[in-house]
Ligand binder design. Structure first.
Ligand code: MN
Length: 221
């Protein structure tokens, strides 16, 4: 009986997800961003990739001090000494939640409000801003992200490798992100194959300027 209980305990330990970190629901249907972002990509991106980051992060933090902090504080705590499994999966969870929320159905187009003004002031025009953003997307060798980040009150376009983000202490550019583009192949390959540039162009059809404006206002406070 004692052995049986112990075996049961081991099984529970092995399979249980303590769910310190959970996967936030997708704020729209899988096909809501069609045709810019196709349904199959969204299903796999959210249902498989994002979920795997959540599950693997929970495994990686189990029994560590990072188990007890918020996902945001976890990002801010990342240094070169942070275990790779926590840095990569923690970034994977946070980055994807940010990216998915940064897009919306019936969105896109020209940026409005204070952020739209700031983009025009920084890059001259929305078209020039888009060119620079695309340059960063195409310039990222391998997998990573492109960000529009507020650094000391100024907007900066930059890119990070793997699942790093500008909240992390190891990031070359540190600040508060307002927009992101996932440039991992899994984000676009089913629909766009090798044409990362076309995916980067389509992003502007679905970008959630409303949220970006809110994040921008908060970052300036
Ligand atoms: Mn991704």
């Amino acid at each position: 009986m004692k052995n049986l209980l112990f075996i049961l305990f081991l099984l529970v330990m092995e399979n249980s997800v303590f769910a310190q970190f959970s996967q936030e629901p997708l704020p729209y249907a899988f096909d809501a961003l069609e045709p810019s972002i196709d349904k199959a990509t969204m299903e796999i991106h959210y249902g498989k990739h994002h979920k795997a980051y959540v599950d693997n992060l929970n495994k990686a933090v189990a029994g560590t001090p990072q188990e007890k902090i918020s996902l945001l504080d976890l990002q801010k705590s990342v240094t070169a000494q942070t275990p790779a499994a926590i840095r990569n999966n923690g970034g994977g969870v946070w980055n994807h939640t940010f990216y998915f929320n940064g897009m919306a159905p019936n969105a896109g187009g020209e940026p409005k409000g204070a952020l739209g003004e700031a983009i025009k002031a920084s890059w001259g025009s929305f078209d020039h801003f888009k060119d620079e953003f695309k340059k960063a997307a195409l310039g990222r060798f391998g997998s990573g992200w492109v960000w529009l980040t507020v650094v000391n009150g100024k907007l900066v376009i930059h890119s990070t490798p793997n699942q790093d983000n500008p909240l992390m202490q190891i990031s070359e550019v540190k600040g508060t992100p307002v927009l992101s583009l996932d440039v991992w192949e899994h984000a676009y390959y089913l629909k766009y194959q090798n044409k990362r540039a076309d995916y980067a162009d389509a992003y502007w059809n679905v970008v959630n300027w409303k949220l970006a404006n809110e994040l921008y206002a908060k970052a300036l406070k």
